[in-house]
Design a protein around this ligand. Structure first.
Ligand SMILES: [Zn+2]
Ligand SMILES: [Zn+2]
Length: 438
């Protein structure tokens, strides 16, 4: 086995290096067409090589082929979609001082059971969905709460669980705290939802996500801010997304979808980049394979109502077997982190794939770059470019530029991120467990 690290070696392409060289197999070195690639971890920290289908060993313990360093742009030009990973990364620990204190804030006992929660946005506190459909705002530490609205959306009494796809009511809220949505995730019939104005209590929109294979995905929905307005992205069928004004339901993506334009794509969980310019969709296609896709929300809203179907900014970079509903978060406006290393849900290892969209102008018309590192698992969050992952052992903090673990908060498993409050939280036995990001 040769040394694939070679980080100081001159790239074979002869270009000046502006980032670490990327070791590639001989076929990627000489190809004139981009080839599908595997990432092969060298076992030395996050060191990895890119190899083609002919060079990848069938198992994790197979030997690494001879690789040669290229500059990152040349390696990107030689490679296309990722087919899988081999080998095991070595752990990289770079601990930094972190306050692990988790504050336990009991909910008022008179409130009763809570179905879901969401950050209260700029208006502060947390929004709680009670089992009778009441939506309240509550500030941790208070014995009192404020009733805001009431939804009639409930779970069907006979909703069935399919593997790890569990029917649930989900509460979403916009960043300004004015609008909320309550939707049915993973139900085995027409998936329904409502949008509520929390300042008036009015139901402003009734949502339907269609009827086809709705149990396979959560109800695709995300609030976003665009040019100073709060907008709602939501599914209106299994293969169609729309954008509406949550104030009155005005449709902003009116379009006809004929047979040629209709997608064979099951829209899934939606993730909007923090700058609101891009959106990622954790959907799937037959056979089934996961097919995370991303496109420019900005272009969709300003130029092309078909951007979510076949717009020039749309990218579908990966097709892992049976893998969707995965952890996913935008680290910033250009980098999307996806949970799980591997090309098949049956052979997945904890870790993060990071897609880099290198064009800063807004379109996605440059290749996506990919890095991967082992360790992160569970729900993902992002703050200041760092990845926070709620692994089984507790919350972990990662530097996605080199995959180093920076901190662990043992036993804390956050499910929600309150950006204005700067905290991660989860509901445990009638109390909100809160950790201030530090
Ligand atoms: Zn090769
Ligand atoms: Zn080069």
């Amino acid at each position: 086995m040769n040394d694939p690290r070679g980080t100081t070696a001159a790239p074979a392409c002869g270009h000046h290096l502006t980032s670490a060289p990327v070791p590639v197999c001989e076929h990627l070195l000489t190809t004139t067409e981009p080839l599908y690639q595997y990432v092969h971890f060298t076992g030395d920290g996050t060191g990895q090589a890119r190899v083609c289908q002919d060079c990848v060993p069938p198992t994790d313990v197979g030997p690494m082929v001879r690789v040669t360093p290229l500059c990152a742009p040349c390696a990107d030009a030689a490679t296309r979609g990722l087919l899988g990973t081999r080998g095991h990364p070595g752990p990289v620990e770079r601990p930094r001082p972190t306050d692990p204190t988790v504050v336990r804030s009991p909910l008022p006992t008179a409130l009763g059971p809570v179905t879901d929660l969401a950050p209260g946005g700029a208006a502060g506190g947390w929004l709680l969905l009670l089992t009778d459909g009441t939506l309240v705002r509550w500030h941790p530490g208070d014995e009192h709460w404020q009733e805001l609205a009431r939804t009639t959306v409930a779970l069907p009494p006979d909703a069935r669980t399919w593997g790890d796809m569990v029917p649930a009511l989900r509460l979403h809220a916009g960043a300004d705290g004015r609008y909320a949505a309550v939707v049915q995730d993973h139900v085995d019939e027409e998936s329904l939802g409502q949008v509520l104005d929390l300042t008036t209590g009015a139901v402003t929109m009734s949502l339907s996500g269609g009827t086809y294979r709705t149990y396979t995905v959560p109800f695709s929905l995300a609030f976003t801010e665009h040019q100073g307005r709060t907008l709602l992205v939501h599914r209106t069928d299994w293969n169609r997304l729309d954008v509406s004004d949550p104030a009155d339901g005005t449709l902003l993506t009116d379009r006809e979808l004929d047979e040629d334009r209709s997608l064979d794509y099951f829209h899934g969980a939606l993730h909007v980049s923090p700058d609101g310019r891009r959106i990622a969709d954790d959907g799937w296609i037959w056979q089934p394979v996961g097919a995370p896709s991303l496109w420019s929300l900005h272009h969709w809203l300003t130029e092309n109502p078909y951007e979510s179907e076949d717009g020039p900014s749309r990218r579908d970079p990966l097709q892992p077997d049976y893998l969707w509903n995965r952890p996913m978060v935008w680290l910033d406006g250009e980098r999307l982190a996806l949970g799980g290393l591997g090309d098949d849900s049956a052979w997945l290892r904890p870790g993060a794939l990071v897609l880099h969209v290198d064009d800063l102008a807004g379109a996605l018309n440059t290749p996506l770059r990919l890095t991967a590192f082992a360790g992160p698992d569970g729900p993902f969050f992002a703050v200041d470019g760092l990845l926070y992952a709620a692994t089984p052992e507790g919350l972990t903090v990662w530097d996605p530029t080199d995959g180093a673990r920076l901190a662990t908060v043992p036993g804390f498993h956050p499910t929600h991120h309150h950006r204005p409050a700067g905290e991660l939280a989860s509901l445990v036995d009638g109390a909100l467990h809160r950790w201030t990001i530090n």
